[in-house]
Design a protein around this ligand. Structure first.
Ligand SMILES: *Cc1c(COP(=O)(O)O)cnc(C)c1O
Length: 478
């Protein structure tokens, strides 16, 4: 449920008599005993004993899904106990307070340097970057730099009615790019899907560019099907455009997932700062960076790519620290956990972890294909994620039924339709992450195989459009 409650979806105060909670909870501390359900939409009148409050909140959270069975998300659901310990020990450190916590600030700097090196920045001394709350904040910052650079180049025309900035990208972008365009008044120009092409087409992107284009976004990889966009080809199409027209359009790579997969599994794939046109790259430390939620990274090739006038220097915490972020205070523990993970695994460790995840994913995709009822859209050979749809001769059920029935066994496998021009296509998507073991993938196959005879006996697909609407949206499936 969204924390942005409105009258419709917000929690309702019960008009019936309040239900008593388990009497044991009150008996544990008779003085502060809680036998009545506490109010949900206003502060309780008095305090509750810590054990009682703990048990009450714990019980409430039991109804959340089991994170490890969640095959919908790219976000890390397991870390080693040592990482958890470090995070617990550092949760009082405020990342913005770089003067008070200089060692935490130093670990952030080291992470930025390591990522710049991993992504083949030509001159590490020129690189500039920061930790963010996730890829969404990182994309906002990268988008803002593109917009500011364009505004500076067009100072004679902007702002004016004719000069409305636009950003070119595939229709398959993650929702953060829609947010960026909406929040900062940039026109979103989308390259649609076509036929069997489920992500951006380099030629199509170049054709949408004009003198008001602030940049082109390339995605490594697409959340719809886990495929990598052809970043090098996009850059080549923009090189050709520059030769023809003089327009010099920078590229940002949204590597939320893939920027922590490709360097280890396909090091020869050229998608990063080796391409001179790539100005900036983001990743989610909390996806294949293997850290619990709350960390992302944005890295710019050099100071030219990140206009100096976007950077604030704050002196009132003591010191003179440059910051570029949408937030101010935020926990330092995720950054510390990222550094721990880098130190813990190294290149070899990361390669082993991502390789294992990828192997499990590709084998699972093959087994789903071998069932005969499904067609694979992707095979898990780029991101360790794959999408599949029902074969044309399957008419008794559809992917929404598969998603619903798997949920009965605890598996969260989203089903959703594709965007224009392939709205006709509905898929299930399975994301494999570290700690989704070969054992768990066997159990998933068992459940799916057991369900199939029942699904085949259905008279027709059971999930109505309306049910489908309330089940999963692609944008929630992150
Ligand atoms: C997940 C994702 C995002 C958003 O990342 P958060 O870290 O959840 O903010 C943006 N782009 C892509 C391609 C993603 O996969």
């Amino acid at each position: 449920m969204s924390p942005l409650f409105d009258g419709e979806t917000g929690p309702r105060e019960c008009s019936e008599p309040k239900l008593a909670v388990n009497p044991f909870y009150g008996l544990a501390d008779p003085a502060a005993g809680m036998l009545e359900d506490p109010p949900r939409t206003r502060l309780p009148d008095g305090p509750t004993a810590p054990d009682t409050a703990y048990q009450y909140v714990y019980d409430e959270l039991m109804l959340d899904g089991n994170a490890r069975l969640n095959l919908a998300t790219f976000v890390t659901t397991w870390m080693e106990p040592q990482a958890g310990k470090l995070m617990a020990e550092s949760r009082d450190k405020n990342l913005v307070d770089k003067d008070e916590y200089p060692r935490t600030a130093e670990l952030e700097r080291r992470c930025v340097a390591m990522l710049a090196d991993l992504w083949n920045a030509p001159d590490p001394r020129q690189v500039i970057g920061c930790a963010t709350v996730g890829s969404s904040e990182a994309c906002m910052l990268a988008g803002l730099s593109l917009k500011r650079r364009w505004a500076q180049r067009n100072a004679d025309r902007y702002p004016s009615r004719e000069a409305r900035p636009n950003l070119v990208m595939g229709i398959n972008v993650q929702v953060c790019w829609e947010k960026f365009c909406n929040y900062w008044d940039v026109e979103a120009r989308h390259v649609p899907m076509e036929g069997d092409r489920f992500h951006c087409d380099p030629q199509g992107a170049a054709e949408l560019c004009d003198e008001n284009t602030i940049g082109v976004v390339g995605i490594l990889g697409s959340t719809y099907d886990g495929s990598y966009e052809p970043i090098a080809e996009m850059c080549a199409a923009l090189d050709a455009l520059q030769e023809r027209t003089g327009l010099d359009i920078p590229v940002h790579v949204d590597g939320a997932s893939g920027a922590m997969v490709a360097p280890f599994l396909t090091p020869d794939l050229v998608w990063d700062f080796r391409l001179p046109r790539v100005a900036s790259i983001n990743t989610s430390g909390h996806k294949y960076g293997l850290v619990y939620p709350g960390v992302g990274w944005a890295i710019w090739r050099d100071h030219e790519a990140l206009p100096e006038d976007l950077i604030f220097r704050v002196n009132y915490l003591g010191g003179d620290m440059p910051t570029f972020s949408l937030n101010f205070s935020r926990p330092g523990s995720q950054v510390i956990a990222q550094y721990y993970t880098f130190l813990r695994l190294g290149r070899e460790g990361f390669t082993a972890v991502q390789r294992a995840t990828s192997d499990i994913c590709r084998s699972l995709a093959e087994r789903v294909e071998a069932l005969g009822d499904f067609e694979l859209i992707t095979r898990g050979d780029e991101l360790p994620a794959f999408a599949f749809t029902t074969a044309p001769d399957v008419t008794a059920y559809d992917v929404f039924d598969v998603s619903r029935r798997l949920r009965e066994s605890g598996w969260l496998v989203p089903a959703y339709t594709f965007p224009p021009n392939r709205q006709d296509l509905a898929v299930c998507r399975i994301v494999c992450r570290n700690a989704f073991s070969a054992d768990l993938s066997d159990l998933l196959m068992e459940d799916l195989t057991r369900l199939l005879p029942e699904l085949r006996r259905q008279p027709h697909p059971m999930v109505t459009d309306r049910d489908a609407e309330t089940m999963f949206h692609h944008d929630q499936a992150e």
